[in-house]
Design a protein around this ligand. Structure first.
Ligand SMILES: Nc1nc2c(c(=O)[nH]1)N[C@H]1C(S)=C(S)[C@@H](COP(=O)(O)O)O[C@H]1N2
Ligand SMILES: [Mo]
Length: 506
């Protein structure tokens, strides 16, 4: 009982954490898959020929049984030496970590479920063992009165173990539900056949400079910001968008309805208001979806409206100026990025993307509700927390190479990076070394004013330590200010500056 409750608690919590982190395989499955890969092929085939389609559940069952048996053993050992028992749990935890390492790509969160699970098992064992020991029948030499203490401790131990086991069941069950809803959404996403094509990076937009941010950001490299502890899992067939408020006709659109309208597409660079000068909360993708303006036209927007309040499935809200989605720009109910259905992390099945506005006032992921309204009648998630009501993106630029603190060799050094002023466009980028004259950089092509633009500059580097700054001028004629502003309430300003150490050539 003691060992089993501890082991099961650890396992259950690891399942829950793995579910919350949306890992493709949870620790127990990693161990099961590890066992398969270590078992000779002939044995695996024989096993499958015996049990047929039930091989996976059976294997998981066997893995579970093995874990329970080992845990029971640990419990018995704990009655003699808690330390030794905990040692066995640590070894078991280590084996699980190895199994996970073989199944999942390594990242900062890969091992959290296994480690947290092991810690929970150790903690439960540490808490329950003294109670289990005192609930054992007293040795004959002890006084007769201790029988009564014994009955009490025994009841206490059983109740506590029962409570822990119940909590473990709830945690483990929740973990499994999370994992299975994720699997269902992944399968539905794989089945989708959207009328999409993969669009290559436009001619001339990508400079041939090592270390520069790629012009097109792939899904897995795209920055991610949201308040969702657990990514909403929405099946396309369950998704609906309600459009209401200051409109003539309320509308409810399904995923199919959107598809039937035909998809528009656009290159749009998304950026977070929390991006520091020189930061990386900015990414660029090719988006496909339905123009929000077209949908609003069907609803018939009233003249007194000036805002769209959008709400996500998980209750996040965002206020967008009505003008920004109806002035002809490519403001989308996006269903795809880079020629593929959105990933769950980036808003599957449908999100908003509006060129020129920071994400917190425009880019609602998992969007399910659009209310046509007035700014004076509501406040949204981030405006409630001190951020500005309107969030146009500020003209900015960044140096990607050389990195700050880099050592470079005297002579010609390529300085390069990106600049952005979405929906205005970048007209000029300049470099200043050690506070000297601004010199113009070379600009890459820009297929649209809604994306970032790469730039490069050939710098004749002389020996010593130097400071390189960058500033952009947008197509509206605005020259990026060097005045420093914090990200709160409406975005950082200042010139990105790197320090490099130039060593003599040869
Ligand atoms: N539902 C929902 N949508 C959201 C957010 C959120 O917290 N919840 N964050 C917004 C913010 S602040 C930004 S910068 C962008 C980021 O989009 P991404 O994660 O796809 O890069 O999403 C926006 N959409
Ligand atoms: Mo953001």
């Amino acid at each position: 009982m003691l060992g089993v409750v501890s082991g099961v608690s650890g396992l259950a919590v690891s399942e829950l954490v793995s579910g919350l982190l949306h890992q493709r395989v949870s620790p127990i499955i990693a161990v099961g898959e590890g066992i398969i890969s270590l078992t000779p092929g002939a044995v695996v085939e024989f096993f499958i020929s015996l049990v047929g389609q039930n091989d996976k559940p059976l294997l998981i069952g066997l893995t579970l049984a093995g874990l329970l048996l080992l845990s029971a053993g640990v419990g018995i050992l704990a009655l003699r030496s808690v330390l030794a028992a905990q040692g066995v749990f640590v070894v078991m935890g280590f084996v699980v970590v190895l199994a996970v390492a073989a199944r999942l790509p390594s990242s900062t969160t890969t091992y959290i479920p296994a480690v947290v699970g092991t810690v929970v098992a150790l903690a439960v064992l540490a808490v329950l063992t003294p109670r289990a020991v005192s609930s054992l029948p007293p040795a004959p030499a002890e006084e007769a009165t201790s029988w009564q203490d014994h009955e009490g401790s025994r009841r206490q131990f059983l109740m506590l173990s029962g409570a822990v086991a119940l909590a473990a069941l709830v945690a483990g069950g929740t973990g499994r539900v999370l994992a299975s809803s994720r699997a269902a959404v992944e399968a539905a996403r794989d089945r989708l056949r959207l009328p999409l094509r993969e669009v290559p990076t436009p001619e001339g937009a990508q400079l041939d400079v090592k270390g520069i941010e790629p012009w097109l950001t792939t899904q897995d490299r795209f920055y991610r910001i949201d308040t969702a502890l657990s990514v909403p899992q929405i099946l396309p067939e369950d998704w609906e968008l309600r459009i209401h408020g200051l409109v003539d006709n309320e509308l409810t659109l399904t995923y199919r309805d959107l598809l039937d309208r035909g998809l528009d597409d656009a290159w749009i660079t998304l950026c977070c208001v929390s991006n520091q000068v020189g930061g990386d909360l900015i990414s660029n993708a090719h988006w496909s979806g339905v123009l929000i303006a077209d949908v609003l036209a069907d609803a018939g927007v009233h003249d007194d409206a000036d805002a769209i309040l959008s709400t996500s499935e998980d209750g996040w809200t965002c206020g967008t100026p009505l003008a920004a989605v109806t002035d002809g720009r490519n403001a989308l109910l996006a269903m795809a990025m880079n020629g593929e259905p959105l990933t769950p992390e980036h808003g599957f099945p449908v999100r908003m993307v509006v060129p020129g506005l920071y994400g917190y006032v425009s880019a609602t992921k998992w969007v399910v509700d659009l209310e046509v309204t007035r700014f004076s009648d509501f406040s949204a998630f981030w405006t409630d927390r001190g951020w500005s009501e309107e969030g146009p993106i500020k003209t900015q630029s960044r140096i990607d190479v050389p990195k700050s603190g880099a050592d470079v060799v005297a002579g010609e050094v390529v300085v390069a990076g990106i600049a952005w002023a979405q929906h205005t466009g970048i007209a000029k980028v300049e470099i200043s070394v050690d506070g000297g004259e601004w010199a113009e950089a070379l600009l890459a092509a820009d297929p649209s004013i809604d994306t970032w633009r790469q730039w490069s500059y050939r710098w004749a580097a002389t020996t010593g330590e130097h400071e390189i700054s960058v500033r952009a001028t947008d197509k509206g004629g605005y020259v990026q200010t060097g005045e420093l502003a914090d990200v709160v309430p409406d975005g950082a300003t200042g010139w990105h500056t790197v320090t490099v150490n130039v060593t003599p050539a040869g």
